[in-house]
Write a protein that binds this ligand. Sequence first.
Ligand code: GLY
Length: 336
Amino acid sequence: MTDRRKFLKTAALGGAALSLGINATAADADDEKNKKKKRIPLEPFKGGLVLSTWDAGISANQAAWNTLTAGGKALDMAEKGVNDTEADFRNLSVGLGGLPDREGHTTLDACIMDSNGMAGSVMFLEHIKHPASVARRVMEKTPHVQLVGEGAYRFAISEGFPHDDFVSEEAQNAWKKWLKESKYQPIINIENHDTIGLLAMDNNGDIAGACTTSGLAYKIRGRVGDSPIIGAGLYVDNEIGAATSTGLGEAVVRTCGSFLVVELMRQGATPQQACEEAVIRIQKRHRNFQDFQVGFLAVNKAGEIGAYAVQPGFTYALYKNGENKLFKSGSLIPSK
Ligand code: GLY
């Protein structure tokens, strides 16, 4: 460091230290100590890997893997993987087959992040089959990160995505049944949705992710959960790893869940430790944590994975070393 740069740094540090009422020399020493704590970057896993939420993840992982073997990169894997779930109109919590809001309309939220830290997101989007692909276009074709509602719909149409009027009979019937006893408050104590969050690593060891959902069933019209919020439903840092979440979005948004998981990994936590810590953070912030589900998945640069949930019952699919398998996550509240 040149003398001038050293002087400017010391002066700035001294100013900050004085305004905080602490000793500049001690702060300087701490700074030096921190510099010495060099993090050893993990050797990237280059065998390809796909990790995704819930049982539908098996099929999504396969679609992502097919994309990899066809020459796709992590971002293509993430998009095509979740497209598989979005296209399954029998799924009641992802895509146009999803349970509607309390006014009877299915509205979709999705986001995507690439290995360069770029991100795109759509929220409160209607009549479009593949919100995650629209999110990718937002990332690639606009200077923005998030588009919402009518604007997101018009952008999708302008990009050539077809308007889709599909209405799920099953979802409409479930809504009509719910209407009979409807209470104007969010239902949080039933596990009624299963967002797909998918994390993909390609053969270069690069990581991308996508997350897509129809959100909480019978939500107030206009409600947006964690899934399209960068740092809540999804976060990717190609130097460290990635995380995604499922469950009650409000709890994840309040704790910046996926960002928290990745930052914990940056501080040295394993993916499993990071997911567990994020669930504990949710527990600390919510006295009613026993009434809802949240689950996290994480992968680090070395291809190690983590999974943890508030409640038992969270499943995830992992495609690694030539096998695509479903696993049960551990949980804060033990199985009975
Ligand atoms: N995790 C999905 C949602 O809360 O909308």
